[in-house]
Write a protein that binds this ligand. Structure first.
Ligand SMILES: *Cc1c(COP(=O)(O)O)cnc(C)c1O
Length: 479
């Protein structure tokens, strides 16, 4: 091509040169896209493609090649793909937070995933007793399992732990008072603020004690004719250090019962087995709280328990009975998929000796630092090659957090890969660009930017190939 011909090609076309929507939708490829994905997304994509081309024409930057049939076909196919791609997809959580709320918390065990598949398709005996043909309770199975694991008389399940607390307070303390320590009026991740949940449940909060110290006499002085319950909340995501005092569950239960009111305990994460057996920090067990005299204990299904999102409530038959009779329970009840996954997850707890192998959350939390370091050494050269020349990669010691409010101040020694830009200037932008490229992969990779590097904590990467297989794409994206 001569210089003159090249200049002629670069002349911008006017908007009037654009094809009509109908012409764009009339090609064999567009018809095929419509058959696969439906008319509406394809028509929407066609309009978006034309709008983008029109904008380029008005900018004086629309060359003739952009309107060639292959280019139009490719642009349309791409726009359709972006519109029909599933929003919710698997990602690799290498953020260093094992139970990350924004990333869906616990992954399910193989047994739970299989049970989901089995019970998802057709009808199931959700509220039917197969032995006698009578109507059953949807959480009958869970109640038996939790009875064995926690020792409570009765149990029920709702959508999440926030719902568990809402239901407990609404059923036991509507239009009456809930006594709670000022040191326990927690906010968890912005959308969960204890005082707001209590208000939404129709109860009045009576705060006792101070931020750092609450004594038995503070509770005693606050209990009156309008008191419906005492509430103890596990301060999951922070600790108060120094001069502190709080009242233990045993003392609080005795106090509550001497006034004829129940004690409800929100354990937050809770753990069904003592995690110190695996060298992990101790998290309070529902069984311990019940033994200490709690009437109701609530905890999450998808935190340390390692199951689906759910709110579990264990306690006395009398209190659980009142919860079951509340109209709110109908609004907060879990679906069959949740119950199926929960039943299969709880069944794993019947064999604690295989738990660290079968339950992904525990398997990940108990991975040895040496194994994670070896993995980092194994992956570093391939990642370095994919990121060169813009970034360098180093194997580093890291600290994983359990996440979801469990053990906020204790971390687990881990290892991973730190990616740092080679050019000293515009480091921030280079790191953002790398984070965006990682998020743009077919299985998006989520790292953490801190201290002038992008960190990939490998504790949560159980399968090397999930990262290795995507490195060619990453390399392309950074070219
Ligand atoms: C996480 C947490 C909750 C909320 O549980 P969800 O299952 O997310 O609704 C409530 N209370 C405490 C103390 C928590 O740690």
């Amino acid at each position: 091509m001569t210089a003159r011909e090249a200049a002629a090609v670069r002349v911008s076309l006017p908007p009037s040169a654009l094809p009509s929507t109908d012409r764009l939708l009339g090609t064999p490829q567009a018809r095929e896209l419509e058959r696969t994905h439906g008319r509406a997304p394809v028509a929407d994509a066609a309009r978006a493609v034309l709008a983008a081309l029109r904008a380029r024409a008005l900018d004086g930057a629309l060359d003739v090649e952009a309107l060639a049939p292959p280019a139009l076909d490719a642009a349309l196919a791409d726009a359709v793909r972006r519109r029909v791609a599933a929003h919710l997809r698997p990602v690799l959580n290498l953020s260093g937070v094992v139970l990350h709320t924004n990333l869906g918390r616990a992954g399910l065990a193989e047994a739970a995933r299989q049970r989901l598949m089995l019970t998802a398709e057709g009808a199931v005996n959700l509220e039917l007793e197969l032995a006698n043909g009578r109507r059953g309770e949807r959480d009958d199975v869970i109640e038996t399992q939790l009875g064995r694991l926690c020792g409570g008389e009765a149990a029920t399940v709702v959508n999440n732990n926030a719902a568990a607390l809402l239901l407990s307070v609404a059923a036991l303390a509507r239009r009456r008072e809930v006594v709670v320590s000022r040191g326990e009026l927690v906010e968890i991740g912005g959308s969960f603020r204890l005082p707001e949940i209590l208000a939404a449940a129709g109860a009045r909060v009576v705060e006792v004690g101070t931020t750092n110290c609450t004594h038995p006499h503070d509770y005693a002085a606050a209990i009156g004719a309008r008191t419906a319950m005492l509430l103890k909340v596990h301060t999951s995501n922070y600790v108060v250090r120094g001069y502190t005092a709080s009242v233990d569950v045993t003392t609080l239960a005795a106090l509550a019962h001497s006034h004829g009111v129940p004690l409800v305990c929100d354990l937050g994460s809770g753990a069904l087995v003592d995690l110190t057996a695996w060298g992990l920090p101790h998290e309070p067990l529902p069984a311990e709280a019940l033994r200490a005299g709690c009437d109701l204990v609530t905890f999450s299904g998808d935190k340390l328990l390692g199951g689906p999102q759910a709110g579990l409530i264990v306690g006395t038959s009398a209190c659980i009975g009142r919860l079951r009779r509340s109209p709110l329970r109908r609004a907060l009840r879990p679906g069959r998929l949740t119950l199926a996954a929960l039943e299969a997850t709880l069944a794993l707890y019947e064999r604690p000796e295989t738990l660290a192998r079968e339950l992904p959350t525990l398997r990940i939390l108990t991975r040895s630092t040496a194994a994670i370091f070896a993995q980092a050494e194994r992956l570093a050269p391939a990642l370095a090659e994919a990121l060169a020349p813009g970034y360098v990669v180093a194997v580093d010691a890291m600290e994983s957090q359990i996440g979801s409010g469990a053990q906020p101040t204790q971390t687990l020694p881990s290892a991973g890969l730190t990616c740092a830009p080679t050019a000293p200037r515009a480091r921030g932008r280079a790191l953002e660009a790398l984070a965006a490229a990682l998020r743009g992969l077919p299985t998006p990779v989520i790292g953490r930017i801190a201290d002038a590097g992008l960190h990939l904590d490998l504790r949560t990467l159980e399968d090397d190939t999930a990262l290795l297989g995507q490195l060619p794409r990453l390399r392309e994206a950074l070219q």
